[in-house]
Design a binder for this molecule. Structure first.
Ligand code: NAP
Ligand code: MG
Length: 403
């Protein structure tokens, strides 16, 4: 078979630990034999981030703006233990945080469904996609531990010196306070990313906040979504035969549990953090979840939803066999290749992405899987494969699809 051609490079962001090992295996076994792979390579492994004072992360995000599509391996977010493990000059920030700040996007996470790994919620026939706002609220908060009696105030001082003031609370004893913010521009991008993604996927969009209690903060989210929908998207949604639906967050949770799935659920930052772990674990596993950052300008960064699988990496370093699930990382590649194929009009490349995803699904459905899935599958006597053995079986399925 002649190798499939690419015209524009993908931005390739390599990463850390076990996922870095999988990354190379995936390229060697599943991509390079089939595709004339074009990438612009950025090493986001912690050693290189440290050497370049994290400039490599910034460069990779800027390259994503230049080319439009990136694929990212999981990376370590340093903490105190990593400072000594990697002899770091500084406790570098989370690469995902840096990339999100530059691309200003929304993260969409969707479970990968296979027969034999059934959701805990029986009526979920189709995947539920979580769209998480990736800026502000409690993630950019300021907090005070109140030592004793006193008055807490919320003060906004405008450029011209005028002030808006609210009393938060008159404390009679010790307590706690928290200040949160968001900006309209970010909420607007969030809304547009969600509406565009819903049109792209031809799926209904749900959005929920607690606007009955938070009459200014959460209500602003609700209003911005509605204004942008009415002005820019209503007709497009009608034409696509899909709907936009707003409700209260507690009502949304109740409806989600009773739904059949097959829609996009837009969540504020904290709700999205919590609900995506709920959705992924109820659908099976974090290793069976895709994740894509979509910027309002239409840049895409695909990754796995899980981390670097540190515990498996240490076993690997000791020469022990691992059974790490590579599906989410493979789907990061297929998502990026498919998008590149769509943008560049390369039907063979798009078809390759579909075939590789099907090969992963068929391999698992035939009973061959990694340990994490073997523990939860309803299939009888699954064959547990090593990290490498699993990828080799997927390659066999992929080759069969071209015969
Ligand atoms: P993790 O890498 O997601 O792994 C947590 C546990 O989940 C693993 O120990 C493993 O359980 C299971 N697991 C996750 N992915 C798996 C896979 N593909 N196949 C099989 N099992 C899988 O989270 P972590 O260990 O808390 O974090 C490790 C590092 O990842 C940290 O340095 C963190 O900063 C980083 N991180 C990066 C990202 C990202 O780049 N997007 C996201 C989250 C965390 P068992 O050990 O029980 O087998
Ligand atoms: Mg979380």
């Amino acid at each position: 078979m002649e190798k499939i051609k690419m015209t524009t490079p993908l931005v390739e962001m390599d990463g850390d630990e076990m996922t870095r090992i999988l990354w190379q295996m995936i390229k060697d076994e599943l991509l390079l034999p089939f595709v004339d792979l074009k990438t612009e390579y950025y090493d986001l492994g912690l050693a290189c981030r440290n050497e370049t004072d994290d400039q490599v992360t910034v460069d990779s995000a800027n390259a994503t703006k230049k080319y439009g599509v990136a694929v990212k391996c999981a990376t370590i977010t340093p903490n105190a233990a990593r400072m000594s493990e990697y002899h770091l000059k500084e406790m570098w920030k989370s690469p995902n945080g840096t990339i999100r700040a530059i691309l200003d996007g929304t993260v969409f996470r969707t479970p990968i469904k296979v027969k034999g790994i059934e959701p805990c919620v029986k009526n979920w026939e189709l995947p539920i996609t979580i769209a998480r706002h990736a800026y502000g609220d409690v993630y950019k908060n300021v907090e005070i531990k109140v030592p004793g009696p006193g008055k807490a105030e919320l003060v906004f001082t405008a450029k011209d010196g005028t002030q808006i003031k609210e009393t938060v609370f008159d404390f009679e004893g010790p307590g706690i306070i928290q200040g949160q913010h968001n900006v309209e521009a970010s909420i607007e991008s969030f809304a547009r990313s969600c509406f565009n993604y819903a049109l792209d996927q031809k799926q209904e969009l749900w959005f929920a906040t607690k606007d009955t209690i938070s009459k200014k903060y959460d209500h602003t989210f609700k209003d911005i979504f509605q204004e942008i929908f009415d002005a820019e998207y209503k007709e497009k949604f009608d034409a696509a035969g899909i709907t936009y639906f707003y409700t209260l967050i507690d009502d949304a949770v109740a409806r989600v549990m009773k739904s059949k799935g097959g829609f996009i659920w837009a969540c504020k930052n904290y709700d999205g953090d919590v609900m995506s772990d709920m959705i992924s674990s109820a659908f099976g596993s974090l290793a069976m979840m895709t994740s894509v950052l979509v910027s309002p300008e239409g840049f895409y960064e695909y990754e796995a939803a899980h981390g670097t699988v540190q515990r498996h990496y240490y076993k690997h370093l000791e020469g022990e066999e691992t059974s790490t699930n590579s599906v989410a990382t493979i789907f990061a590649w297929t998502g990026a290749l498919r998008k590149r194929g769509e943008m560049d009009g390369l039907a063979d490349l798009t078809a390759f992405a579909d075939r590789l995803e099907q090969a992963c699904i068929k391999t698992i459905e035939s009973g061959k899987m990694t340990k994490d899935l073997a523990l939860i599958t309803e299939l009888d006597q699954p064959t547990v494969l090593s990290s490498e053995g699993f990828i080799k079986e997927i390659r066999k399925e992929l080759e069969r699809s071209y015969q």
